[in-house]
Design a binder for this molecule. Structure first.
Ligand SMILES: C[S@@+](CC[C@H](N)C(=O)[O-])C[C@H]1O[C@@H](n2cnc3c(N)ncnc32)[C@H](O)[C@@H]1O
Length: 443
């Protein structure tokens, strides 16, 4: 028997408990090279058919898949044969089995006393768990045109509907416990309570002071309006105010009309302005935002949203970037005139291909953005908030204020990457002295 391997009796016990009657949940957590991987499986009923639902969290990235019995049986073998240190918890109607495999390969087993637990497999109703189904969203969906007159989601708006739902889930997770997915028994945690909110978010939620959210590059205001209802009605913020900013007259005019027809014009404000010159003070009375969001704000508008978030001392910045052009120009000329020779040589084969160069630029730009926010005191995480089949623009940078700014590690990581590529990210230029004083100490 190999080190880390479970003995046959234990393997059979896990198989019988998971695939037999009375199965409630199986969770296995593995930690390797500083990264964590967790899989949680539970029985569900989808369209009247019994299935297994697996929620896999790979270093913060969550994926949910449903399996039939055969698929589950194959997947279970992989769970059982997983190498390395791990914790496994099997819950069945009869009791709990805990297996801990230590770093040295010792297998420690404990079992609860025998129980007679009730097992109820609830029909898995995805719609019920969606943020946009957690409040009476029918008027919002109709007014924004996401739904038709009969309340059905229009086929052409399905993508936007999904994006808004997923963005709202990230908002809730961010308010809950930054960097840690909310423990849930379903695809997403219930949206009917604020029990998972972190202490600081709870304070903000119960405060009389308005919780101010700015949606930068709000466009047709799908997210802006949904954010208001979700925060006010589902999460239960006592006083929330959402400001949508866009430089286009037409979208701002129609967003204002929508806010009026939904009777929220006093709480959801729309301003036609360029993000760089927009004055929050003029609309909100002061220059403080609690949360700054942007969903596919074009090119450097994402950087501008982040910079404004920093200037407005936002606690949370959530940004799903869009197209990215700025770095491409620099990389296209890399190596010419002596700049970036090392990178130009090392990556010559990749840079020659325009599609790959474009993707590399996206990745580098988002890395720089996340690193800059980290240097400025934000805990940051880059996630995929919708699937890549839904949109190629599926990356979201989450940032929560709260770590010591200007720490040596993040600064040197940033400088190393920046200097290797011999580029100056737009966000660095934009933030000027705010960032420079941290970089200057190590440059
Ligand atoms: C791709 S749309 C996304 C709209 C919306 N967030 C959504 O996801 O439906 C980008 C929006 O950003 C706005 N925008 C881009 N740059 C801007 C800037 N510098 N200031 C204000 N708005 C900007 C555009 O006018 C456009 O409405």
């Amino acid at each position: 028997m190999e080190r880390f391997e479970l003995d046959d009796g234990l393997k059979d016990e896990i198989r019988a408990g998971t695939l037999g009657e009375g199965f409630i949940k199986l969770v296995q957590s593995v930690r390797r090279n500083g990264k964590s991987f967790k899989i949680a499986v539970r029985p569900v009923e989808i369209g009247g058919v019994a299935k297994f639902q697996a929620e896999m969290t790979d270093d913060g990235r969550v994926q949910v898949k449903n399996f039939d019995a055969d698929g589950m049986s194959a997947g279970l073998e992989e769970i059982i044969e997983q190498k390395g240190a791990r914790d496994l918890h099997l819950m069945t109607a009869k009791g709990d089995l805990h297996v801990r495999v230590t770093k040295k390969g010792h297998v420690l087993v404990s079992r609860s006393a025998e129980m007679d637990r009730e097992v109820s497999v609830k029909p898995h109703d995805r719609v019920k768990n969606l943020p946009l189904a957690s409040f009476d969203s029918a008027p919002l969906l109709r007014v924004t045109g996401i739904a038709d007159g009969e309340g059905k989601i229009r086929a052409s708006m399905r993508g936007k509907y999904d994006q808004v739902n997923e963005f709202l889930k990230v908002v809730k997770e961010t308010l809950g416990s930054f960097g840690v997915g909310l423990e849930s028994d379903g695809v997403c945690a219930g949206h009917d309570s604020a029990k998972a909110l972190s202490d600081s978010a709870k304070t903000l939620k119960d405060s009389n002071r308005p919780f101010t959210v700015v949606d930068c590059g709000c466009g047709k205001a799908y997210l802006t309006l949904a954010l208001y209802f979700y925060l006010a009605q589902t999460i239960g913020f006592r006083n929330v105010r959402v400001v949508g900013v866009d430089r286009r007259d037409d979208v701002i005019d129609s967003a204002k009309k929508m806010a009026r027809s939904l009777d929220v014009a006093e709480k959801v404000l729309f301003v036609k302005a360029d993000l760089s010159s927009f004055s929050l003070k003029d609309v909100a009375g002061d220059d403080r935002a609690d949360m700054v969001v942007s969903l596919h704000a074009c090119d450097t508008a994402t950087d501008e949203a982040m910079a404004r978030g920093v200037e407005w001392k936002a606690k949370y910045i959530l940004s799903a970037p869009c197209c990215q052009h700025e770095l491409q120009k620099s990389l296209a000329s890399l190596g010419k005139g002596g700049a970036g020779v090392a990178a130009a040589n090392d990556f010559a084969g990749l840079l020659r291909q325009s599609i790959l160069r474009e993707r590399l630029c996206d990745i580098l730009t988002d890395s720089f953005r996340a690193m800059i926010l980290r240097i400025l005191g934000f805990r940051t995480q880059v996630i995929e908030f919708v699937s890549s089949e839904a949109t190629m623009r599926n990356v979201l940078i989450k940032a929560e204020w709260g770590v010591k700014p200007g720490q040596a590690g993040p600064v040197s990581e940033y400088l190393n990457l920046r200097d290797y590529w011999k580029v100056t990210p737009w966000l660095e230029t934009r933030l000027g002295r705010l960032l420079e004083r941290h970089l200057a100490r190590f440059d």
